[in-house]
Design a protein around this ligand. Structure first.
Ligand code: BGC
Length: 845
């Protein structure tokens, strides 16, 4: 890594899959893995092109049983460019040498660089063949952030010590299948039906494909230009067309020391695009009139520089070099986030695939991971969050149907979502360790519904976008609340004397190691603490949401939803009565139980299993292969109860738990964190983000260690091979958000932007720019002071909270606060106390 780039200066076949994922280029509309130009799928390589929302369904046979899956389709590979020597001038090709293959040659020099500032992938290499011929190959590519339907490659070959006739080919290859994830390889993978292809007289190649079930047509067109030293070469291409493949071949004499350059400008359109007549027409047209590579790269870099202005943040300590690498990794995370969630997703009706557009793991499905992603977008480009929430809104009908089919009211969003919002969670999954196909119960993670509602509320807090709340957000939130109320059951009076109780049964929490009680796996779990507290929070919000709406909108919405006071009162009763279970820790002190009965499970032999297996991140697979199940043990794949301390401040949590009728004790958080932290394998990359966050004010050293590990998740592929199948977007965004909100103590509550900074000991300074309700805020946090500068002359004043006090701030004003190690939570009654000092305010310039 250097500067703003990710650099590899050796070729390592074993690491190629990982590098392809990390060097993916995309623009929100589509993305391509960072595979080398000349490669096809196989061996260490897996070129993949993915379209946002580009899904297709296939039915496979698994042990005689039909299993249907919806996949994010691998679309035609538009990268291919390669050359070969011809034995003599005019040779037909039969006697030609094999096509360029890095692995068959002696590698003299190699450098691959992902330039995050300019959004480019460069590759430069020198090779020697068995005849002693040394060739230099350089290539650069981009997927335009300026024009989402465009991508471009600039490729060149320089013969260093030879002159010979060569053949050069460039292609669009639609003979690809979804083969990127070994676990899925026994399932059907042929999603594309080939259509027309051709090479136009002006040298424009084109290829059309259609997905077999969703009938999504894609046309790619490539304009090819040959030159040498910038001067056009007048060589006509020969067509090389077969089913699903459009290629062009150029034969020419390569001269020692003279570069042969090929520019390939690719336009890509689909039958879903707006403002086009027909994709083939649009693709050919754009390929013909697009600028050359250099100009496209300039415009592309300009848009990237604007995005970076909004997203870049800088952490530092006294020895800058220590944080340099961290800043780079944080940028890498932002870079990939923006390549999936860019402004170009507007109008595309897409959600955030958990593994980006970077590979085929989880089939491009959308889970709850946006809970980790939206806070970053909310504070920088909230219009993207809005779009992504609209993806959910458009599937409200499906969610209502899912609820109804399961015997509930309201809307129940699926655990995994794809094109139309039906439940896409696979019915069976393969344990690669045992080779067995097993029932997949993870769809019981109804908590995704709490996350969606929470995300709506957070977005509104960040933006005050009441128009969104009126038109879409409130309806989603209320229908989800209605679902939760209907899945809640009366549980009778409790022996603990906390009165009449409610329970939620048959669900799973975020910890995927527990999908049911031992021996009764089909039934799910009862009273998952995370779920119940989130539901209690949501059911309490309902009235507040309605109060925010203009009377007119509110009345109409209630009329449409047939929502009356009785139902709202029932929701409040459930919110107050949901059950929370506790059990004792090693010292006999109460901790929150992950679910009812958790305390009765067996302790797990962490030391023994670590000694036996080394990597024990995926204990579910290990235990199943041994004929055992994680359901029997006190162990978690990922943060579950701890999610509560991640999403709510201590002040909010206390109010929630007391509201549910339980006694709060100040040490409960600390004990509960310590308890689960000792029992988590971090089998999900999301987990370290949460634990680092919740530890930040309790065990600072451990928190920092987890932050550093979370930063390494993808760059160093710490799960041992998963990143090659797609990056972990939630963890990527989550680490950046740890800096953004975790270290600044940023909290959106009561229409106030609260700060409560506490930098880790390893950092001395943090700087970034945030957006809040139309304002651009320059934030600077040091060891002893927090500075906030507001700008945007057309935005209304906003309220900044610090140390229990609230300060109004407008365009051009600056607030400065002295920090002490004991910065505490905002006081519960803080909203009443406006700007009584505690900070100094002055007008800027
Ligand atoms: C995690 C889930 C997550 C999913 C997609 C799983 O391994 O357990 O919490 O939503 O990956 O990232």
């Amino acid at each position: 890594m250097s500067g703003w780039s990710l650099v590899y200066d050796t070729f390592d076949p074993k690491a190629e899959g990982l590098r392809e994922a990390l060097c993916t280029l995309g623009n929100g509309y589509f993305a391509v893995r960072g595979a080398a130009d000349e490669t096809e799928a196989g061996g260490p390589h897996y070129p993949g092109t993915y379209l946002a929302g580009g899904y297709n369904r296939l039915v496979s046979d698994v042990s005689g049983r039909p299993v249907e899956n919806e996949d994010l389709v691998n679309f035609p590979n538009w990268l291919p460019v390669a050359f070969r020597h011809l034995t003599g001038e005019g040779a037909t090709g039969e006697g030609a040498a094999p096509w360029f293959d890095l692995q068959a040659l002696e590698l003299l020099e190699y450098r691959q660089e992902l330039d995050m500032a300019g959004g480019l992938l460069h590759r430069r290499l020198r090779v020697k063949d068995s005849a002693g011929r040394i060739s230099r190959i350089e290539s650069s590519r981009l997927v335009s952030m300026d024009q989402p339907n465009l991508a471009a490659q600039a490729w060149s070959l320089t013969p260093e010590n030879w002159s010979s006739p060569i053949e050069l080919r460039a292609a669009l290859d639609g003979r690809v299948v979804n083969g990127g994830v070994p676990r899925y390889r026994s399932l059907r993978s042929q999603h594309l039906v080939p259509g027309a292809s051709g090479l136009e007289p002006d040298g424009v190649l084109h290829l059309e494909v259609e997905t077999s079930q969703s009938r999504l047509r894609m046309v790619q067109a490539a304009r090819l230009r040959l030159s040498s030293g910038g001067a056009p070469l007048n060589v006509s291409p020969e067509p090389d067309l077969t089913e699903g493949y459009a290629g062009a071949r150029f034969r020419l004499m390569a001269q020692e020391g003279e570069a042969v350059e090929l520019e390939k400008i690719v336009a890509l359109f689909t039958s879903r695009d707006r403002a086009v007549s027909e994709p083939r027409l649009a693709a050919l047209d754009l390929a013909r009139r697009a600028d050359d590579f250099a100009r496209l790269a300039q415009r592309h870099a300009l848009v990237w520089s604007q995005l970076w202005r909004r997203f870049d943040m800088r952490i530092s300590n006294n020895t800058e070099t220590e944080t340099e690498e961290m800043n780079r990794i944080l940028r890498l995370h932002v870079f990939h986030l923006l390549q999936v969630c860019s402004p170009h997703i507007c109008d595309l009706d897409v959600g955030v695939p958990a593994r980006g557009l970077h590979g085929e793991a989880y089939r491009g499905h959308i889970f709850w991971d946006e809970l980790y992603i939206f806070p970053l977008l909310n504070q920088r480009l909230p219009e993207i969050t809005r779009e992504l929430l609209l993806y959910r809104y458009r599937r409200l009908g499906s969610a209502r149907r899912l609820a109804q089919e399961a015997g509930h009211a309201g809307a129940m969003y699926p655990w995994q979502s794809g094109s139309d919002g039906r439940e896409e969670t696979q019915q069976v999954h393969l344990n690669p360790k045992s080779g067995r196909w097993l029932p997949d119960n993870s769809q019981r993670q109804r908590h995704v519904n709490a996350a969606i509602a929470y995300n709506v509320w957070q977005y509104v807090q960040a933006t005050d976008d009441l128009e969104f709340l009126s038109a879409y957000g409130a309806e989603m939130l209320l229908e989800i609340a209605r679902f939760w109320a209907s899945i809640s059951e009366r549980a009778g009076s409790q022996p603990d004397g906390t009165g009449e109780r409610w329970m939620i049964d048959g669900v799973m929490g975020p910890d995927e190691y527990h999908d049911g009680y031992p021996g009764q796996e089909e039934g799910g779990l009862r009273n998952n603490a995370y779920t119940n507290v989130m539901v209690s929070w949501l059911l309490r919000r309902a009235r507040e949401v309605l109060e925010r709406l203009p009377f007119h909108d509110r009345d109409e919405l209630c009329e449409r939803l047939r929502l009356g006071d009785d139902e709202l009162a029932r929701w409040e009763e459930i919110a107050d009565g949901l059950t929370l279970c506790f059990h004792e820790d090693e010292d006999g002190q109460p901790v929150i139980s992950q679910f009812e009965g958790y305390g009765d499970l067996l302790e797990f032999d962490w030391v023994g299993y670590a000694a036996k297996y080394g990597d024990i991140q995926r204990l579910d697979r290990i235990l199943e292969a041994e004929g055992d199940t994680p359901n029997r043990y006190k162990l978690s794949k990922q943060a579950d109860v701890l999610m509560l301390f991640y999403l709510f401040s201590a002040r909010e949590l206390r109010a929630l738990i007391e509201g549910m009728g339980y006694t709060w004790d100040d040490r409960l958080i600390e004990r509960t964190i310590a308890y689960y932290s000792a029992r988590t394998s971090h089998g999900s990359t999301l987990s370290r983000v949460v634990e680092s966050w919740v530890m930040a004010r309790i065990d600072r050293r451990r928190s920092w260690q987890l932050f550093c590990e979370a930063l390494r998740s993808d760059v160093f592929d710490i799960q041992g091979g998963t990143t090659a199948e797609g990056i972990h977007l939630g963890a990527m965004a989550g680490t950046v958000d740890l800096v953004q909100r975790g270290y600044t103590g940023l909290e959106l509550a009561d229409d106030v932007l609260w700060f409560n900074p506490r930098l880790p000991d390893e950092l001395s300074h943090l700087e970034m720019e945030l957006r809040y309700r139309g304002h651009f805020l320059q934030i600077s946090v040091g060891r002893d002071r927090l500075r906030v500068v507001a700008s945007n002359h057309v935005a209304q004043p906003i309220r900044i909270g610090f140390d229990g006090r609230i300060h109004d701030i407008s365009h051009g004003e600056e607030l400065e606060f002295a920090l002490s190690p004991s910065n505490h939570e905002p006081a519960p009654d803080a909203a009443a106390e406006v700007a009584k000092g505690g900070g100094s305010k002055r007008a800027m310039g």
